[in-house]
Design a protein around this ligand. Sequence first.
Ligand code: WQD
Length: 348
Amino acid sequence: MSAKMKVLVTGGCGYIGSHTLVDLIDNGYEVVSADNLSNGTEAALDGVEKVTGVRVQNYKVDLTDLTATKSIFKDHPDIQGIIHFAAFKSVGDSVFNPIGYFDNNLNSLLNVLRCAEEFDAPYFIFSSSCSVYGNTKALPVVESTPFEEAESPYARTKQMGEQIIRDFAKKEGNVNSVLLRYFNPAGAHESAELGEAPGTLANNLVPVITETAIGKRKSMTVFGDDYDTRDGSCVRDYIHVMDLANAHVKSLEYLAESRNETKADIFNLGIGEGVTVLEAINAFEKVTKQKLNYTLGDRRGGDVVSIYADPNNSMRALHWKPTRSIEEIMLTAWNWEKARTKPSEIIA
Ligand code: WQD
């Protein structure tokens, strides 16, 4: 089968990027990765190769360096699609390093957009985040829900990134963009050959749960059980990473078939269900039959009380449907944790 088109995946060695490479290859796309390995290793491409049989070429390039970024497109003038994942993404770190976050996340975006225009890559997909909504009370959020104040510099870079692309779209040109607002990505590929691989111990809930269950941590803390929610813990919209990956493939088709309504269409990628922290823990214990060692602790600064999506626009326009539940998230995350953990890492 001839490849559909060549797609550059920036951040291809990261969590969502590597899973998206798998879905792109499974759907007949030719792929190239650009990743400076600041938050991942090429081991992710080993997993992609085990699952697909394809060894993806990675350019270890700092995308804030325009000359280096252009070199990728000079090697691959037939790149038509760009999926731009590469960015710093730690909410907590961004508070202590705002300049580093603005420099990296915005200058890499500007350079990739420059190349999309100069090398005539007409389809551009931007990795945005539900954090652009801030602490909104308008739930479930739809794409037209106004932004509240960004809770972190990380969230601000996503708000500003979206504005940059929308202004870029207003000028005449061949580049058409889709902005995808991820809710809470979690889980792992069913093969347990790839998954979320934080360099150090994780910050996000699902990998913290699996690290605790396997014994990399003695216990974990539920950050707050006194919120105004059904059980007092925060509510999030957890979406399986493979469902999220498939939304990127569907977005490429959406652009390639000229179904886009504007040159910068926006979509929420959640499943439309809010799950509390305690419900997520219960789901883990149910599917894995593992008792989790956790304590109820203080709230975490910067946490939004509750956020979940209305995904209907995405499902209708992208012909996309998330199919995996919180239980599937927990099972695949647990299988991945068991596959990747070395005995020397167990402390409890
Ligand atoms: C989820 C819930 C915590 C750890 C962030 C970014 C978002 C996206 C995903 C990039 C919260 C609670 C967590 C723990 C806990 N990142 N929790 N104990 O903060 O919703 O979203 O990561 O795109 O943009 O904002 O994700 O998994 O850190 O937290 O109780 O040890 O789990 O308080 O309520 P978050 P999270």
